[in-house]
Design a binder for this molecule. Structure first.
Ligand SMILES: Cc1cc2nc3c(=O)[nH]c(=O)nc-3n(C[C@H](O)[C@H](O)[C@H](O)COP(=O)(O)OP(=O)(O)OC[C@H]3O[C@@H](n4cnc5c(N)ncnc54)[C@H](O)[C@@H]3O)c2cc1C
Length: 487
């Protein structure tokens, strides 16, 4: 690592905001599940947009590349550096002010480093809601959410992050600051430039602030847990809920019994919402702005479902504690599974009616292998988005993971789906995505990258990768206990 580079960065952000010691850098070099680790030249922690701009100029002068990092909760190793020791991790955590909340105009302007949960709270304080919600909302940052076009639990009703953005402030690769922080709903004055940066995973510019849509508050919410015999039954149920409740459904989640049992066994205080075991479970959330009345509507509808035998059993959360228990099972099953082995994760999408076929094909694939594989899929079935996760022993993960993912991606591609529904490409999927894209799509994507980042300073290796970069995105680690967040 060059001393000149360290000194130049320190001149921009101050010496205390340049981390060079191994122990200080570690949390920024390792992914959230401690599976992958890189090696950074240094970690720079700018406190202003101007400092971000100057850091990019410094990086270019020293031939260093830059890895923007938000909450570092990304699941495709896009926010950690590669192994070369030549990349700068640029942490946005100190650029974290909420600049303005405007309930009459229904928008909030927040800096990139604001933690998602803090934006939700700021919206609640003015009797509005910010509907983006995901398991990592206590540590992921809005800049990272935009850079990954995050999905989460309410996509069914509100769409992906993209649909919540009115304007952006971005620092371009050459240090130019683009102030596109508009708050209007309608703006057809040419190309919608902000769209290029949404989902660009730090490869086209560094997002420093965003103008975000606020929505009406949801005052009455009903959370329902139903048991069904099959994935087909869950998809049928979704169609019936959709016909009856329309846009009042914010979440419709499918969970396999293997995940439920792991959560109940390993997560402290977690209980099975229904006393008997069932093969498949559906977690549904309905909400509206009126203060009361939804409970009655829900009960009447559920009675009909039971009368026609459309689900095996079910319950409505009677308290916030019961509701949180249901969501803890949904959100915590991977964490629970890690107590028993290594989780092979995936994030794919097919059109909703094809969900059962995909699950069936993958379950058969796992059964046909010589190794013990615990199939524990779950997902946002209302979006056709599945995490076909599998639990395996650490001794076999290296051999089975690439084969399993390849089989899954082939199946999904054949079904006309996407091999990365909401987590992005990062370093982990660059090759697999690239080889399945058409030449036209790849050519256009490379042209945009060359135009905005001609020297490839911004997050090289992410999105555009090679077979070897996907096989070894950074040093692969044996899965270790989830680290406590420090950044
Ligand atoms: C328990 C858990 C549950 C999750 N659930 C979901 C889910 O339901 N849906 C979902 O979509 N994701 C989910 N994720 C993944 C992750 O939380 C999201 O991808 C999130 O949007 C990442 O935000 P972050 O601030 O942590 O970004 P990081 O992980 O720091 O970065 C992610 C990518 O964005 C880039 N980046 C970060 N900040 C900026 C910036 N300011 N400007 C430019 N580029 C930037 C990075 O370089 C990297 O490529 C989950 C993760 C965990 C650990």
């Amino acid at each position: 690592m060059s001393t000149h580079l360290v000194q130049a960065c320190a001149a921009v952000v101050g010496p205390s905001n340049v981390l060079v010691d191994g122990a200080d850098k570690q949390a920024f070099e390792q992914d959230v599940w401690n599976r992958y680790r890189g090696n950074a030249a240094l970690v720079a922690r700018p406190g202003t947009v101007d400092e971000v701009s100057k850091l990019l100029v410094v990086a270019a002068e020293h031939g260093a590349s830059v890895v923007p990092q938000g909450g570092n909760t990304g699941l495709v190793a896009g926010s950690i550096p590669d192994e070369t020791g030549r990349q700068i991790v640029l942490s946005l955590s100190r650029i974290n002010r909420i600049r303005h909340v405007e309930p009459r105009g229904d928008f909030v302007i927040a800096e990139a480093g604001v933690v998602l949960a803090d934006i939700q709270k700021a919206a609640e304080q003015v009797d509005r809601s910010f509907p983006l919600s995901l398991g990592a909302e206590g540590s992921c940052q809005i800049g990272g959410n935009i850079a990954t076009n995050a999905g989460g639990l309410n996509v069914l009703r509100y769409g992906m992050t993209r649909g919540l953005i009115l304007g952006l402030e971005v620092v371009l690769a050459d240090g130019t600051i683009w102030n596109g922080l508009r708050s209007v709903r309608k703006d057809n004055t040419g190309y919608d430039l902000k769209e290029i940066f949404v989902g660009s995973e730090g490869t086209l510019g560094i997002i420093t602030a965003a103008s975000l849509r606020l929505l009406p508050p949801q005052r009455d919410r009903q959370t329902i847990w139903l048991a069904v015999a099959s994935a087909e039954a869950a998809v049928d149920l979704f169609a019936r809920f959709r016909s009856h409740f329309g846009d009042l459904i914010s979440s419709f989640e499918l969970i396999h019994s293997n995940g439920v049992e792991l959560a109940v066994e390993y997560l402290e205080g977690c209980r099975r919402p229904l006393s008997d075991r069932h093969q498949w479970h559906v977690l549904i959330e309905l909400a509206w702005a009126l203060p009361t009345g939804l409970r009655e509507q829900t009960e009447t509808f559920l009675e009909q479902l039971f009368e026609y035998g459309l689900c095996e059993d079910g319950t409505i959360a009677e308290s916030e504690m019961q509701r949180l228990n249901m969501w803890r099972i949904r959100e915590g099953q991977s964490e629970a599974a890690r107590k028993r082995g290594v989780v092979i994760r995936s994030d794919v999408a097919v059109s909703i009616e094809r969900v059962p076929g995909l699950l069936h094909a993958m379950e058969e694939w796992t059964k046909a292998q010589d190794t013990d594989i615990l199939f524990m899929p779950f997902g946002h079935v209302g979006d056709g988005n599945l995490h076909c996760n599998c639990l395996v022993s650490p001794h076999v993960v290296g051999e089975i993971e690439p084969r399993l993912l390849e089989a899954l991606y082939d199946e999904v591609t054949q079904l006309g789906g996407s091999i990365s529904a909401e987590h992005g490409i990062g370093r982990l999927k660059s090759y697999s995505v690239g080889k399945r894209k058409s030449d036209v799509e790849l050519r256009l994507a490379h042209s945009i990258k060359r135009l905005l980042d001609p020297s490839s300073i911004l997050n090289p290796g992410v999105i555009f990768g090679t077979a070897s970069s996907e096989a070894a995105p950074a040093a692969a680690l044996v899965e270790a206990p989830l680290r406590t967040k420090t950044a």
